[in-house]
Each structure stands twice: as C-alpha cells, then as structure tokens.
Design a protein around this ligand. Structure first.
Ligand code: WQD
Length: 339
C-alpha cells in the first residue's frame, strides 16, 4: 500500500519511513529539501534495502501536487510532516510560517478531499501551552499559542475537523508529539539541525563532541524538583511506530472521521535529569552551566497516554538512556561521515 510521506527526509519523517517499510507499506517521499538533506535518501536505502521513491517539490505549489497525483495515482494514505517547526524563528518571521504551514496543508486537503485516503497529521503538545493539570490529556483545553509555530498547529487541527464536519471522504488522525529525540539504532539517520541547535538534545551531543563549547540550561528556578524545566522526551523510533499505528487504526472499518492522540512516554524528565542520563549512558561528562530562563518556555509538560495505549494500541518501548545513547552514536557517525 502506497503512503505519501510529506517531509519524509526530515528527522521524524525519515524514521517513520523506516517503520512504514518494516510494517509492509510502500512509502513515497515528497520533500522540498528546505530543511532536510538529500543524502538521507541514500542513508534510508542502507537501512531498508532499497531507495524509496522520492519527489522534490514544495507542497505550496498546487500544480506540482496535481502532477504528482498523475505520477502516483495509487496513494492510499498520507503522513503530513512537511512544515516549518522552529519556535523562535516563527516569532521573528510569522508570515513565512503561516504561508508555508497553511498553504501546504490546504493544498493536500483540497487534492485528496474526495479520495478515501487516510491522513496522519503531525501536531504537537505545544497546543497545550502550560497545562493546568498534569499529565495532560487530549481533552485538556487548548491554550493561547506561545508562538506562531504553535498557532499553526492549533489552527491546522481546527481546519482538519472542519473539513471532516463538511463531509470529506478523508479519515484523519492528529498526533500530538511531545519531545522527539534520539536516532535509529543503525546510527545512519538522526536529527540534523541546521546551524546552532535550538533543541536540547542536539545541543547536548554537539557540546559533548566538541562542536559547542558549553550547554546552557535555560532556567534553574522553576517550580520543579531540581528547578529545571520538565518535558516528555520520546524516542523518535517509538514516534515513527505511532504513525503506523495511526494508519492501522484508520484502516479499521469502524473508524470514522477524525481523532487525535498524545504521543509521548507519559513521564516527565527535567533538563538536568536528561543531562545526567546522557552522562550515564555515554560516560561523557558534559560541560554545562545554569543560565536565565528562555522566553516562551513552558515550565513543565508531560502527556497522559492512556488513550493512545488503549485506542491506538501503541506505547513507547525505548527509555531515556536509549534515547541518549542513540543520539550520541548518531553524533559520532556524522562527525566521521558528514552528510
Ligand atoms: C526542551 C527543554 C529548554 C536548549 C520545541 C517545540 C516543540 C517541538 C520540540 C517541533 C526546554 C531546554 C533547550 C538548550 C536548554 N518542536 N533547553 N538549553 O521547547 O520543549 O519544544 O521543540 O515539533 O513543538 O515547542 O524543546 O528541546 O527546545 O527544549 O536548557 O540549549 O530544554 O529550555 O526546557 P521544546 P527544546
């Protein structure tokens, strides 16, 4: 069964392509390479044994999608990753984010609205903001977005529900990711941040390998056990498997319309706990200091994953140590084999 994977050469997209193949699907990758590296295609071939079909174009171009559909008329499912996702950048360039993230989504929806395909949408726990109750459940109120990036995820979920309410033939599942980290155990694919990493784990591994001088822990005076922020870090391989589970759910006869799931471990880890886990898993002492809070950070968030476990028939299998050791193996791989 052919599955269109938009943004399929990205961090989460590439790991999901591997899990799709493992589950017997035939992933068809579309990526405009604006935030990914074409060499990931060769890396994927080393893991899955063949080079997946790849089309390079921007999904904001409706004409390009039409010609794609003529070349690939048998798409039965779509996993839509393609979007800009840097929180800080979205504050500086909101229109770039609104244009790209909404034009691409709306083009996909218009192109496939009348086809009975199953659509998995890449959403984010960022829609919750700072939840009042933890762990946060899917029916928690969606808070005012902390950034244009977060706003694009919130509004996208509303667009999807409106499309279903209007009688679309699509079936749609939104997955609200918590914090994806780690890398495939082959160390052939992983996170490839452009420039200075914004996210915690790539900054940790780049500091450990000597590309960065020191990690700054943004804030040590939060109302948490050790004063640093708490997040629900999830291994990117477990996250990839959640997308397969979402397709399987929609293939069931009794699935109708729209549903949405938290995709996390259900446990919170502080920044200092992540650093400790990294040092324990790798034996590498990390050079870090505690600095000021980062504007826009929520203090603590982790997911209630009861609904995903029961209805999606999915739960995480990989622990924080494995997340850290796999991220470190990947950092070492790209140090020796720059892509
Ligand atoms: C995690 C914690 C930082 C860097 C964002 C998006 C989310 C998703 C993942 C796209 C925070 C702290 C970080 C550093 C630090 N993006 N930190 N020093 O902000 O939870 O989530 O990225 O899908 O949607 O909101 O992730 O990794 O940036 O930060 O102390 O150098 O690590 O303050 O507490 P975040 P993050």
């Amino acid at each position: 069964m052919k599955i269109l994977v938009t943004g399929g050469l990205g961090f989460i997209g590439s790991h999901t392509v591997v899990e799709l193949v493992n589950a017997g699907y035939d992933p068809i990758i579309v990526d405009d390479l604006s935030n990914s590296n074409i060499r990931i295609l060769d890396q994927l071939a080393k893991i899955i044994g063949y080079k997946p079909a790849f089309y390079q174009f921007n999904l904001c171009d409706a004409q390009a999608i039409k010609s794609f559909m003529e070349q690939e008329p048998d798409i039965k499912g779509i996993i839509h990753f393609a979007a800009f996702k840097a929180v800080g950048e979205s504050v500086k360039e909101p229109l770039k984010y609104y244009r790209n993230n909404f034009y691409s989504l709306i083009n996909i929806l218009e192109a496939y609205n009348s086809k009975g395909v199953n659509l998995v949408f890449s959403s984010s726990c960022t829609v919750y903001g700072q939840p009042d109750v933890l762990p946060v459940t899917e029916d928690a109120p969606v808070k005012a977005a902390q950034s244009p990036y977060g706003n694009t995820k919130q509004i996208a979920e509303e667009i999807l529900q409106d499309v279903i309410a209007a009688g679309s033939k699509l079936k749609i599942v939104s997955l609200r990711y918590f914090n994806p980290v780690g890398a495939h155990d082959s160390a052939l694919i992983g996170e490839l941040p452009l420039g200075v990493p914004q996210n915690l784990v790539p900054f940790i591994t780049q500091t450990a390998i000597g590309k960065r001088e020191k990690l700054t822990v943004w804030g040590g005076d939060y109302d948490t056990p050790d004063g640093s922020c708490v997040r629900d870090y999830i291994h990117v391989v477990d996250l990839g498997k959640a997308h397969v589970a979402a397709l399987k759910l929609m293939e069931k006869q009794d699935f109708k319309g729209y549903d949405m799931f938290n995709i996390g471990t259900g446990n919170g880890s502080s920044v200092l706990q992540v650093i400790k886990a990294f040092e324990n898993a790798t034996g590498v002492k990390l050079n870090y200091e505690v600095g000021p809070r980062r504007p826009g950070d929520v203090e603590k968030v982790w997911g209630d994953v009861t609904k995903s476990t029961e209805k999606l028939n999915w739960k995480t299998e990989l622990d924080l140590d494995t997340m850290m050791s796999s991220a470190w193996q990947w950092e070492n791989y790209i140090a020796k084999n720059p892509l």
